[in-house]
Design a protein around this ligand. Structure first.
Ligand code: ADP
Length: 727
């Protein structure tokens, strides 16, 4: 189907057609043409289940922009991960802002009402953010939204994010029955079932713009699925090295998937010297620059930064969640530009940004799972890795190669991955974790006022289509009882004594309303309430930090052998200092969770004590990206604690929590609070100013610009900016 025919045959507005032609598109890919024929341009729901790079985004864009130009539509583009939101936002803005379309992105602050988001014609948001907007009853979602694109809808299968995604879809359809849903997914076995749930036409295909060859590397040979073989020369080299260098010698790039962060670094270190000699002089020069930026992306560079810079200089890189987002961006950019020849990555890369390569090497297809040992990764995950093979426009074909670890693995890998169908998508709603939060929100936001209404709503979910709803009703009743017992929900006056019936009227207490608006797990709300009540108005930051680390919403550090013993000792000696009492007589899991909360609180304490980031990373075995993530979660939970203290009128802790929040955000001791109120002044510069005798804004105001500029990390520009802020 030619792009130029879209207007005459399918009513696509001319400016949209022109802008596609200008961008170089000549015709639609076969699955795209099928999508158009399915009626999606006439408002029909569509599920498009096709491999990566088969052009799903363009289909969504056609639909969204047509709705905007033809019918003054408002469109929502929902993604599962923040990194994807930024990527899509930038892509859409570049392409559609010239047509006068306003594009926005929303990922942050959960309890802001988001009124200004309504003015965007295309809003890119994470499913959590949309859920939070629905909780705030953002009216435009019900009244003016015309198209909702659910990208990567196979995340329904994800135990962490799936339930929220399912709720968001069901709720959007409930509040806005005329809404068009466009669901985009990787190929999945039960696409028909998902389409039926969405009342959508289905386009399901294995078509790929670049053909994919799959195979297994064993001994010295690649055995392809089409029964051809190919022997590599480097007899002594390790498998990933041989597979990578062969591709690079032929002008391609490679991704190597391994199963741990440490392995990504070791593998990149190993590859680096073998890639260095294969770089052209101008590539080396460009990589030197990128390495410098990656090495100094943080104000306080860590050893990981130096290691990354070393790898990049040689045309290699590693990629995992411990990297700072800026470092990840640099690595991805340099790979797209063809400068970095190979990236060794954890599976997060395959789930996140779009970064294809000619050859994808799946070195580790087993993964350690607590209590189970090494387990093979799911077929779906393998297909996601393989889907990254082949750069459209650069590679004639892409290759996904599994590495056999021992003779005899080959047949098993063919059987288990290459010839296998992916696991069907299953709803994760019944697994429980997310349900209490969504049930509380349904009532707090006024979507439901009884258990019966909640059950009616749950009948719209994918879960209800797949599973026995009896189970869900039982669970719902238990959860509501629990929320009532914890004072998050309340019943109509005087009804407490009788057993709860489906018609009984329910409402959220002020405490429950705050917990829902803050997007907290109700269990976190309860932990905070109990801890704050026990605090007796404490001003000390250690117990408060530990309190937030006891919330299920806080990510926790793992335990090492050495830390285990130390933490147990501390618990034994100082067990009474915590606002949340240590578990008594609980199982091992509960005990270890408490130790982890202690260790995470220690890391936050080190951050507030202004320990260097390098030392923190070293001591706690994390990367700079992790520190940032922990700090973000802590910031949100300290804020939540302050709101909970306020709604429950718990005296004495609110002001200390406000200060603590700013300290968490900046990673500073209390004495620097005043200085960081200046723009451009973070933990390092504030400390340098303090050490040079500038301890208050008053002393800074009187400082001569020249002297100020001499303070380390300040310089003339920042000195001028400081003085400008202090008239
Ligand atoms: P998906 O969302 O399915 O992973 P994308 O929409 O990101 O895939 O498309 C992958 C690449 O293919 C993009 O660079 C896109 O510009 C290009 N592309 C999509 N549709 C076409 C087309 N009809 N003709 C040429 N290139 C296309």
């Amino acid at each position: 189907m030619k792009i130029s025919e879209l207007q005459s045959k399918h009513g696509v507005p001319q400016p949209l057609v022109e802008s596609l032609l200008e961008a170089g598109y000549a015709s639609l890919y076969p699955p795209q043409a099928e999508a158009v024929r399915s009626g999606m341009l006439k408002g029909k729901n569509l599920l498009m289940a096709v491999p990566t790079a088969a052009g799903k985004t363009l289909v969504a864009e056609l639909c969204m922009v047509k709705s905007i130009l033809d019918a003054d539509g408002r469109c929502l583009y929902v993604v599962p991960l923040r990194a994807l939101a930024t990527e899509k936002y930038e892509e859409f803005k570049k392409r559609w802002a010239p047509l006068g379309i306003s594009v926005g992105v929303a990922t942050g602050e959960y309890d802001s009402p988001g009124a200004r988001l309504a003015r965007h014609q295309i809003l890119v948001a994470t499913s959590e953010k949309v859920d939070s907007l629905l909780r705030m009853r953002a009216r435009w979602l019900a009244e003016s939204l015309t198209v909702a694109v659910m990208d990567e809808v196979h995340y329904l299968h994800d135990p962490g994010r799936g339930p929220t995604l399912e709720f968001v879809i069901a709720r959007l359809r409930q509040v806005n029955p005329g809404l068009q849903i466009l669901a985009l997914s990787a190929t999945v076995r039960n696409a028909r079932e998902v389409a039926a749930w969405l009342n959508a036409a289905l386009v399901s295909s294995d078509w790929r713009p670049v053909p994919l060859l799959e195979g297994v590397y064993e001994g010295n040979t690649i055995y392809y699925a089409d029964h051809t073989t190919r022997s590599l020369v480097a007899a002594k080299a390790n498998p990933s090295q041989s597979l990578v260098t062969e591709t690079v010698d032929a002008g391609g790039q490679a991704l190597v998937f391994v199963n741990s962060r440490r392995s990504t670094q070791a593998a990149a270190r190993h590859l680096a010297p073998h890639l260095k000699g294969r770089l052209a002089p101008e590539e080396k020069a460009a990589l030197r620059e990128i390495a410098r930026s990656a090495g100094t992306a943080l104000q306080e560079p860590t050893r990981l930064c130096a290691e990354l810079a070393d790898a990049i200089r040689c045309g290699a890189a590693f990629h995992h969640a411990g990297l700072h987002p800026e470092q990840r961006r640099l690595v991805e950019g340099a790979f797209r530009a063809g400068l970095i020849k190979a990236i060794c990555a954890t599976p997060t890369l395959a789930a996140g940004v779009n970064l294809p390569a000619r050859r994808v090497v799946i070195r580790d297809w087993g993964r350690y799972e607590a209590g189970l040992g090494q387990r093979p990764i799911p077929v779906f995950e393998y297909k996601q890795f393989a889907g990254r093979a082949g750069r459209p426009g650069y590679d004639r074909e892409g290759e996904a190669i599994l590495v056999s670890k021992k003779r005899g693995d080959r047949e098993m890998l063919f059987e288990h991955y290459i010839r296998a169908a992916t696991e069907p998508l299953r709803s994760r709603l019944g697994e429980g974790g997310a349900l209490p939060s969504h049930i509380l929100a349904s009532i707090a936001s006024g979507y439901a006022t009884s258990m019966g209404a909640i059950l009616d709503f749950l009948s719209l979910t994918f879960f209800a289509m797949q599973e026995d709803v009896q189970v869900l009703s039982r669970q719902t009743a238990e959860i509501i009882e629990q929320l009532l017992a914890e004072g998050l929900l309340a019943r109509r006056d005087g009804a407490e004594a009788a057993a709860l019936s489906p018609a009984d009227e329910l409402h959220a207490t002020p405490f429950g309303a705050v917990v829902s608006r803050l997007y907290l797990d109700p269990r976190s709300g309860t932990v905070l309430r109990q801890g704050l009540l026990a605090s007796g108005g404490t001003h000390r930051c250690e117990p408060l930090l530990h309190l937030i680390c006891c919330c299920p919403d806080m990510p926790l550090l793992g335990l090492t052998k050495a830390s285990y013993a130390e933490l147990e000792e501390e618990l034994y000696v100082e067990g009474s200092k915590f606002l949340v009492p240590p578990p008594r007589g609980g199982g091992l899991e509960e005990h270890e969770r408490f130790l982890k909360s202690m260790r995470t609180a220690q890391m936050l304490e080190a951050w507030l004590a202004e320990e260097r980031e390098e030392e923190i990373c070293e001591r706690f075995g994390v990367g700079p990206g992790d520190v940032r993530r922990f700090v973000e979660s802590a910031d949100w939970l300290v804020y939540a604690a302050e709101r909970v203290a306020s709604v429950l009128s718990i005296a004495g802790v609110q002001a200390p929590l406000r200060d603590l929040r700013r300290r968490v955000l900046y990673g500073i001791k209390e004495e620097l609070l005043e200085l960081v109120s200046l723009k451009g002044i973070g933990r390092v510069r504030a400390r340098n100013l303090f050490a040079a005798g500038y301890r208050t804004l008053e002393t800074l105001r009187k400082a001569p610009a020249k002297k100020l500029a001499e303070v380390p990390a300040i310089g003339p520009q920042i000195a001028a900016s400081i003085l400008k802020q202090l008239p």
